[in-house]
Structure formats: C-alpha cells, structure tokens
Ligand binder design. Structure first.
Ligand code: SF4
Ligand code: SF4
Length: 178
C-alpha cells in the first residue's frame, strides 16, 4: 500500500517537473519569436489612419461615372447587366420614350449581394459600369446597401474626354476627370 503511494507521488513529481520545464520552454520560445520579429519589416498598417495603395484593376464597388460631355452616365437601359449578374444585384427600370428609345427611370444596385465578378462591366455595351477601388461597404441596415443611380454617379466621378485613357483604366481615369 505504502509502496504504491510512494510510486504515485514520484509519478506526480515527474509530471510536475515536466510541465514546469515545458512552461519555461514555451515562455522562452515565445520571447525569441517576439524578439526576432522586432527587427523584421512590418507587414501590417495602422488602419484606418494608414491604408494600402489599391492596385490598378482592383474590383471594388460598381459605379456609373458620368460623361463629361452630356453630364449623364452612359446607361441606355438595355438590361444586359441585369441579365448577366449572377446574384441579382442590379435592378433597372425603363420606359419607351417618344422617339421609341428606352429611357432609364431607375438604376439600383443592392451591393450587399455583389460578388465583384465584373460580369456586368463586361456585358455593358456602352461601358457605363466601372468598378471602383472602394471596399469599405459595411452598413448597419440592408437598405443602406442599396445604391441608386445618383449615388453611383457621384461615386464614379466623370469619364475623361480622351477615350483611350478611359479604356486603359476606367475608374482611375474617371477620378482624374472629376
Ligand atoms: S460585379 Fe458581378 S455580382 Fe456585382 S453587380 Fe456586377 S455582375 Fe453582379
Ligand atoms: S448593360 Fe450598361 S447600358 Fe445596359 S442597362 Fe446595364 S448599365 Fe445600362
């Protein structure tokens, strides 16, 4: 009986020493990792005071820049973007004008559903839709996620007069043209 108790005590002591040694080892290892990282190049930013430079071609919020000649966006109400969008983000309302052309009454985008696939941009025959570099799109309500035409016009800026410039990088060019 007493022999088995002494063996049990010895076992506990060995476990205790093992755990104490592992704790010390973990603390030392953690400090070494911290110390080494003090001298490495920083990969984090003091967001939101400091932000990354967004690369050209970034797929952010869709916008509808206005044409500086007409003062309006280039949408002709063809519905191509509505049909191609895989998640049903875009809702365009139109009616037929006196000259038989479609007139756009409303253009809304439920940005909360957007997967930033760029298909609407590719499908638009007039290149009316431009993806911006805006990624801070969180809101408190679902209604705030619905962007109407006026808001998308404002966010998109205006297309520059030189078409080649708009062709290369539409959003950057539109911002320059503001
Ligand atoms: S980027 Fe894709 S998901 Fe977003 S509105 Fe365009 S087609 Fe729809
Ligand atoms: S595809 Fe372009 S022109 Fe057609 S409805 Fe959409 S934004 Fe307007």
């Amino acid at each position: 009986m007493s022999m088995s108790m002494s063996m049990s005590k010895r076992k506990n002591l060995v476990e205790y020493i093992g755990e104490a040694w592992y704790t010390i080892y973990s603390i030392v290892k953690g400090h070494i990792v911290t110390f080494v990282n003090l001298f490495r190049k920083k990969v984090t930013l003091q967001y939101p005071e400091v932000r990354w430079d967004i690369p050209l071609g970034y797929r952010g919020l869709i916008t509808l820049p206005v044409d500086c000649k007409t003062g309006q966006d280039r949408c002709i109400g063809c519905m191509a973007c509505v049909k191609v969008c895989p998640t049903g983000v875009i809702d365009v309302q139109t009616h037929q004008g006196d000259d038989k052309k479609r007139v756009v009454d409303a253009w809304n985008a439920d940005i909360g559903k957007c997967i930033f696939c760029q298909l609407c941009v590719e499908a638009c025959p007039t290149k009316a839709i431009v993806m911006s570099d805006q990624y801070e799109l969180a809101s408190f309500t679902k209604d705030e996620m619905i962007y109407d035409r006026k808001k998308l016009n404002e966010l998109g800026g205006s297309f520059p007069e030189e078409p080649e410039k708009a062709e290369e990088e539409p959003y950057a060019a539109a911002k320059e043209g503001e």
